[in-house]
Design a protein around this ligand. Structure first.
Ligand SMILES: [Mn+2]
Length: 349
């Protein structure tokens, strides 16, 4: 298994045809990374004398209006080549997450996996897995390392990937680099406000009704340190909502004081469950998700469960309790120190 940024750039340079793909049920980071990567390659590695066929693939039945804006006008899922010189997967932690395009990826003789999931299965010839907020951030950093030309349009995509994957910079791997990138975008005078509003103040009424349904099911466990919610596919259709409208609902659990793990279980049409996990503080859920057959990041993870909800809880809750026991509740230190302006001090003067 190779990990070579240099080889990645060489492969991109030398390939006449490239297939870029992301995971099924794509989120904003997945879609934005695909489009940003295509733009970066076109702007930096092609000209009139050396053109490339770059095709984008995503296995998705429907994409929400909000995320649809990212790919508006971009051609998707049209295979212009029988055999591509290079396949690149973005934001995808395992081969199976590519859905029906996993085959295309595997059958392309040269392939690269660019991702930021700690649980990435390194399924490609060249695996570039970064500790970054988002795949978009990883792409931006690669572009900077190689002094690529980065357009404002690419910046808008990168910013979208960063803010959505970090729930507006409140969770995930946020580093000095993440903030540096955002500073660079502010300096470029990119209209970040418009992007913020698009991604965070743009919920449909259907999503609000769906949230109401989910909150109705809210139950607490483990001394109120676990918040559990459930929804069904039927709830989603009754609210006239989409699967993507379920994103973010689980975060409402961790927003509650004292809750360290939030769980949202969505019953699928085949009676299986899609389960999202979130945590805060030092509590992590990635290993819990892996133990349940899924994966993800420290504080954002998910798994799929075939079976009854009661059985799922019976397996999941002990794992959560075990993790919570590692991190007992401690009294929080005061956030602010006002001893210098307390009445006592004033009188001393
Ligand atoms: Mn991502």
């Amino acid at each position: 298994m190779v990990h070579s940024l240099e080889k990645c750039i060489e492969d991109i340079k030398n390939s006449k045809s490239i297939a870029i793909m992301c995971h099924t049920v794509p989120d904003a980071d997945a879609l934005a990374s695909m489009v940003a990567l295509k733009k970066l390659i076109k702007q930096n590695f092609t000209d009139e004398n050396s053109t490339k066929q770059i095709d984008l693939f995503v296995d998705a039945d429907e994409i929400s209006e909000i995320n649809g804006a990212i790919i508006q006008g971009a051609e998707l899922n049209t295979r212009h080549e029988e055999n591509y010189d290079l396949a690149i997967s973005v934001d995808c932690s395992s081969l199976s997450r590519l859905g029906k395009y996993a085959e295309l990826f595997k059958s392309t003789k040269n392939n690269i996996n660019i991702d930021h999931h700690a649980t990435n299965e390194k399924f490609a010839d060249n695996n570039l897995v970064f500790v970054t907020s988002s795949t978009c951030e990883a792409l931006y950093r690669i572009a900077k390392i190689y002094n690529m030309e980065i357009s404002d349009e690419v910046c808008k995509l990168v910013y979208s990937g960063i803010i959505t994957d970090t729930n507006n910079l409140t969770q995930g791997t946020i580093t000095v680099n993440t903030h540096k990138i955002i500073t660079e975008m502010v300096q470029r005078k990119i209209s970040l406000d418009a992007l913020n509003e698009h991604f965070f103040k743009n919920n449909t009424k259907s999503k609000a009704y769906l949230l109401k349904q989910a909150l109705d099911s809210l139950t607490f466990y483990a001394g109120d340190r676990i918040a559990f919610m459930k929804l069904t596919k039927q709830d989603i259709s009754e609210c006239d909502a989409t699967v993507e409208d379920t994103y973010g609902i689980v975060n409402h659990g961790t927003e509650i004081k004292g809750v360290d793990i939030a769980i949202l279980a969505i019953k699928q049409e085949d009676n299986s469950y899609q389960v999202s996990l979130r945590s805060k503080g030092d509590v992590t859920v990635s290993e819990i998700a892996v133990a349940m057959g899924g994966g993800g990041h420290d504080q954002v993870a998910a798994f799929h469960y075939e079976g009854l909800l009661a059985d799922m809880k019976e397996k999941l809750f002990p794992l959560c309790r075990e993790e919570l026991e590692k991190h007992p509740v401690i009294e929080k230190e005061a956030l602010f120190d006002n001893s210098d302006v307390s009445g006592e001090n004033e009188q001393e003067k």
